[in-house]
Each structure stands twice: as C-alpha cells, then as structure tokens.
Ligand binder design. Sequence first.
Ligand SMILES: NC(=O)c1ccc[n+]([C@@H]2O[C@H](COP(=O)([O-])OP(=O)(O)OC[C@H]3O[C@@H](n4cnc5c(N)ncnc54)[C@H](O)[C@@H]3O)[C@@H](O)[C@H]2O)c1
Length: 283
Amino acid sequence: MDQFAGRTAVITGAGSGIGRGLALRAASEGMRCVLADVEEAALADTVAQAAVVGAEVVGVPVDVRDAESVEALADLAYDRFGGVHLLCNNAGVFQAGVSWQRTVADWSWVMGVNFWGVLHGVKAFVPRMLEQEQQGETQLHIVNTSSLAGMTTSAYSGPYYVSKFACASLTEVLAHDLRAQGSAIGVSCLVPGAVDTRIADSTRNRPDEPPGEAQAPDHWFVADALRDMTTTVGIPPEEAAAIVFDGVRSGQFWICTSDRYEEILRPRFDAVLRHELPPSVQF
Ligand SMILES: NC(=O)c1ccc[n+]([C@@H]2O[C@H](COP(=O)([O-])OP(=O)(O)OC[C@H]3O[C@@H](n4cnc5c(N)ncnc54)[C@H](O)[C@@H]3O)[C@@H](O)[C@H]2O)c1
C-alpha cells in the first residue's frame, strides 16, 4: 500500500501510545480514521487531536477481547466509509510474572487482548477486505502489533511473551493464507522495541481487577523495569508511527522500530539452529 490519502484506516488501541501515534499519522496522511479503544476518555482525546489535523474521524468504544464488539466496529467502519484500507490491530496490554504462578485470569486477560483481539480483527475485517479486492481495490494492508517479545524470550514475563508469539504467528499465517488464496492484501507484523507509552500501566484497563491492586509482586517487578525502560530509552510514538507508515509503503512484513533488531534476533536463531535454549533477552 503506497497511497493513503482519501482512504480509511481502522486503528485499535488508538487512545494511547503507538495507537494514538498511528492515528495522528493516518490523519496527517489525509486518511479517514475509525479509532477504537476500551478507554473512552483517552479515545476522545485522540479523536479530538486527529480532527485538528483535519481528518474525518470517528471514535468507537471497543473491547477487542469481545468478537461482537469488533464485528460492530467493522460494521460501523464499512457503513460510514464504504471500505477499510489500512487495518491496525494494535491494542495490547502487558502482563508479567512467572508462568506457573500467574492466575488463569491473568493469562486470559493478556491472551484476550493480545491474541484474541487480533484474531477478532482478522475475522471481522479480512472477508470484507477480500471483497474490496475482488472489486478492484489494490490499496489494502493489515498491520498487527506484536513485539520483539513475540520473537524472543526472557524470564518473568511469560504471559506477555506467549501472547506476542501467538500474535506474530497468527500474522505470518494470515499472510500465507492470503497468498495461498491469490490475494495481494499486504500484511505486516509490527515488532516494536521500546516506545514511550503507557504500556507499563496496562492494568488501568483491566476490567476484572482494581487497577494495580491485585497484581502479584512478580508482575510489578518487571512492570516497573518496563516503565523505566520505555520512559528513558523509548522512542516517541510519533516516531514509531512514521516507521510503520514507511514499512507499509515499502511492503515490509516485519516492521521494527528498534535499531537492535539484528543484535537481538541473531543469537536466538543461531541457538535454535544449534538445538539450544535461546539466550534470555535484555532489552
Ligand atoms: N511501548 C512499547 O515499548 C511496546 C513494545 C512492543 C510492543 N508494544 C505493543 O504496542 C501496542 C500498543 O501499546 P502501547 O505501548 O501504545 O501501550 P498503551 O498502553 O499506551 O496503549 C495501548 C492501548 O490499548 C488499549 N486497550 C487495552 N485493552 C484494550 C481492549 N481490551 N480493547 C481495546 N483497546 C484496549 C488501551 O486503552 C490503550 O489505549 C501493544 O500491542 C503493545 O503490546 C509496545
């Protein structure tokens, strides 16, 4: 996809961080924007900022864990704008902790947003995007936000890593399935490095717990380190968004915002080829 103006973007997790960066970038490219988030006040802020840029923009409260909620988002986008050209399944949450100690509720929450949320987006939008393609539309692209944590592992963040591997794997499978069926819809897997967002405070949007209270110490130990890292070395969301748009424009499958991509990935794949456990990654 290399033409954005006048086309429609749908972005989940648009109320904050990378999603907000993507929304404002889409608006500045002249796209019509359908912005979704579970945090309604934050979403309203992004909608207002995108409107200032001059975009035709609509905000939709959506919980991506809920298939019907995402289906309603697709209905609204197609009813309102007649088509969707750039779909960013970006909403995500961070859940750290030791794998056997985290509760089923912890695992369900992070998998619900980071894996099921992306799958719901794929199921709601891809059939409609395929119809657009059959009608001659060529400017169509899907970006799923995984993470470098979807390509590497370390201790104390099992739920997040597992959910991001699932997202990355789903995105590869999606691209293969589309190609196997003769579709040229573009697919990218966004694997950000550190970006200065509110990801370390993800529990603010966790519905089944008072924010921050019920989480175990092993979660906060890592979340605090993540907050330190994202706020000190994280790039601004608008810079991440610019990298994403460049990656979409040039048809990259893996879009990475970190200049440590090769340094982080090469030891992993070398270890895999040696039949060894890959090294634990220090971001
Ligand atoms: N910030 C980083 O360093 C970093 C690194 C790698 C990957 N990521 C990924 O980037 C994506 C965006 O995260 P961010 O860093 O901008 O964090 P963020 O917390 O600033 O933004 C995430 C947004 O997702 C929304 N959200 C959470 N649960 C939702 C739900 N159930 N339904 C709809 N929206 C929901 C939040 O309200 C928030 O607006 C996530 O998938 C995250 O895993 C971030």
